[in-house]
Design a protein around this ligand. Structure first.
Ligand code: HEC
Ligand code: HEC
Length: 188
């Protein structure tokens, strides 16, 4: 290495250390903020009520996307709009890092229905992952509250929740398909 290369790499290394604290999400700060979510989403993001989705082990990029969508109004929910309005970009990243790190919840689903759902789920796994664990912008479905999943699929189908791929897919599903798929993913 010549002197120029040495000082360049020193700068790069220093740059990494300087920017790291700005970019790394702060889980401890997220945990503190999460106190205001627990009343609905449960302690550690494990929901006890099908109206409220589990956030535990959800994909962090997906959580941030949804919080931004609630804040901008592109995803509508009277309960979440007010919540998201009070959150900064840093709060969202910190909350996402905290919830993503919590052990997954398992809502469970009707066993007979889940069997039917398993046979229909192949078309979902390419995006949502083999075990429904999600990936980046593709949400985790595994262990999610079945009634919540049915509500979201219904919202995609009637266009009240917007996401081009999911709207097209939900359009092909009957109410029975949705219930079976939701029972299957909830049981994972
Ligand atoms: C008053 C109850 C309530 C509180 C408090 C609340 N939420 Fe929610 N949240 C909801 C409801 C209801 C939904 C589902 C909305 C729907 O049906 O589309 C939701 C959905 C979400 C989603 C989307 C999940 C998914 O799988 O798409 C995220 C992310 C979320 N909330 C994060 C938070 C965070 C972070 C907090 C705390 C800062 C919080 N919520 C506080 C009621 C609440
Ligand atoms: C081409 C990729 C793709 C395929 C295939 C796909 N999804 Fe999705 N799905 C997405 C994306 C992206 C989102 C997040 C949309 C958003 O950001 O609002 C999503 C969101 C969802 C949600 C909302 C989850 C939540 O927590 O609110 C449900 C439920 C869902 N998908 C079920 C399914 C089912 C069931 C199938 C198979 C029948 C399926 N998806 C197939 C890409 C896909």
């Amino acid at each position: 290495m010549n002197t120029l290369q040495k000082s360049m790499s020193a700068l790069l290394i220093a740059g990494c250390f300087l920017t790291l604290p700005v970019w790394a999400a702060d889980k401890a700060a997220g945990e503190q903020k999460a106190a205001m979510c627990a009343g609905c989403h449960g302690a550690g993001g494990k929901s006890a009520n099908a109206q409220f989705p589990n956030l535990a082990a959800q994909q962090p990029a997906y959580i941030v996307n949804q919080l931004k969508a609630f804040k901008s109004g592109s995803r509508t929910s009277s309960m979440m709009a007010g919540m998201a309005a009070s959150l900064s970009d840093d709060d969202m990243a910190n909350l996402a890092a905290y919830f993503a790190d919590q052990p997954a919840a398992k809502a469970g689903g009707d066993a007979a229905l889940a069997k039917v759902g398993k046979d229909k789920a192949a078309m979902c796994l390419g995006c949502h992952g083999e075990a429904g664990a999600g990936n980046g912008q593709f949400p985790r479905l595994a262990g999610q509250q079945p009634d919540y999943l049915v509500k979201q699929l219904t919202n995609f189908k009637d266009g009240s929740r917007k996401a081009s791929h999911m709207q097209a897919i939900a359009a092909t599903l009957s109410e029975d398909d949705m219930k079976a798929l939701a029972a299957y993913f909830g049981s994972l």
